[in-house]
Ligand binder design. Structure first.
Ligand code: PLP
Length: 393
């Protein structure tokens, strides 16, 4: 291993939302943070160096984007996923969630139906409702091996019944950790094509993939699907750069690219900040090895959690994720309702985790934990949960 992911980092003087804004969602800031999707791991040293160089220049005025910026993203895509992107179809945006909000306004009207697959990253539901659109949920179901799968019949039925206009796909899926297969993506995309439903494929997790799985960009499946799919991605989850607030959108249709560009112009949010500019290009040109090693480390962290649960927490069920650094733990055997479970974990275990019901009503009884941290942090958090359960059940 070239990189050390076991390094302990003090984040309490880092203005970290994960560590110092817990009291906005939980009972206090004194909980052990296992929530929110950023990492307690330093970003790649190559990225830190490029940012240091920027700092040393001492000037942080307006920046332009060189061609190499978009080219680095399209080359990364080709290298990592075998899918060649025309850099001209790419556009920069301040983030995936702001992108979703703008696209919802551009592609649908007030009152139109938008479908998501719950349980799913909760801002999907918020951004639909906050824009006064009708939220339609296609619930993921479990197969006999406890693996989350798609209920395609329900997906099609809900599209017909609600005259759905837009589908927001989460691929790979936060929080259930599925890396959708080509067959699943093709089937979903074909149903959308059949009923003229546009697809936004949120692929922010596309780089965090566990051994034995491969991410398929939805737009790479075929030319017809490509034309119907707007893709969002970003190196922010992968390289722990979420605070730099930038992302990419891929528009297969020129007119829609222009509409989006015009909207960013109206809001005057077209530029990168100087740090996202250098950090993103460095990430996409120099950091393949870092990501490969990160994925190995995360994979070992997931194994650590699974072993810990098998040995110490027989009441909790989970399945190893195929991608993302999030694990979805089933606490339903404790027989607590969603508020009692949330209270128990905060008050008795002293941990901050993402409550499953935030992700939709079918998430009740589950909790999401983040394993992108040095292993000792998992050890502390899991032991806190174990001690509380041992005392109370
Ligand atoms: C599926 C998904 N999309 C988007 C985001 C956030 O993206 P951004 O910070 O670019 O708005 C997250 C963050 O966890 C996420 O899990």
């Amino acid at each position: 291993m070239k990189y050390n992911f076991n390094e302990r980092i003090e984040r309490k003087n880092n203005h970290s939302a994960k560590w110092e804004e817990m009291d906005k969602k939980f009972i206090s800031n004194d909980l052990w943070p296992m929530w929110i999707a950023d990492m307690d791991l330093k970003t790649a040293p190559e990225i830190i160096n490029s940012m240091k160089e920027k700092v040393e220049q001492g000037i942080f005025g307006y920046v332009y984007r060189p061609d190499s910026y978009y080219r680095s993203a399209s080359n990364w895509c080709e290298r990592r996923f075998g899918y060649k992107l025309d850099p001209g179809t790419l556009i920069n945006s301040p983030g995936v969630v702001p992108t979703l909000s703008i696209l919802i306004r551009q592609l649908t009207e007030v009152g139109d139906s938008i479908i998501i697959q719950s349980p799913v990253y909760y801002p999907f539901a918020c951004v639909v409702k906050d824009n006064n659109r009708n939220l339609v949920e296609n619930y993921l179901i479990k197969d006999k091996n406890n693996k989350y799968i798609i209920d395609f019949d329900d997906f099609e039925k809900k599209i017909i019944e609600n005259q759905v206009k837009l589908f927001i796909l989460c691929s790979p899926h936060n929080p259930v950790g599925r890396v959708w297969t080509r067959e699943e993506l093709e089937r979903l995309s074909n149903i959308c094509l059949k009923y003229n439903v546009r697809v936004i494929s949120d692929e922010i997790w596309r780089d965090i993939i566990m051994p034995g799985f491969a991410h398929i960009p939805t737009a790479s499946i075929n030319k017809v699907i490509e034309k119907n799919t707007i893709t969002c991605f970003s190196p922010t989850k992968t390289f722990n750069l979420a605070g730099l607030q930038s992302s990419f959108v891929v528009f297969p249709q020129k007119k829609e690219w222009e509409n989006f560009d015009r909207e960013l112009g109206i809001l005057d949010i077209k530029r990168n900040n100087p740090f996202s500019l250098v950090a993103f290009e460095t990430a996409y040109t120099q950091c393949d090895t870092w990501v490969n090693e990160l994925n190995n480390y995360l994979n070992e962290n997931m194994d650590y959690v699974i072993n810990f649960i098998n040995e110490n927490l027989p009441l909790i069920k989970t399945k190893k994720p195929e991608g993302t650094y999030l694990m979805w733990l089933d606490f339903s055997a404790l027989n607590l309702n969603k508020d009692e479970l949330s209270k128990f974990l905060q008050e008795k275990a002293g941990v901050a985790v993402d409550d499953g019901f935030w992700f939709g009503e079918t998430g009740a009884g589950f909790e999401r934990i983040n394993v992108a941290c040095p292993r000792y942090m998992l050890e502390i958090g899991l032991n806190k949960i174990k001690d509380a359960i041992d005392k109370s059940f």
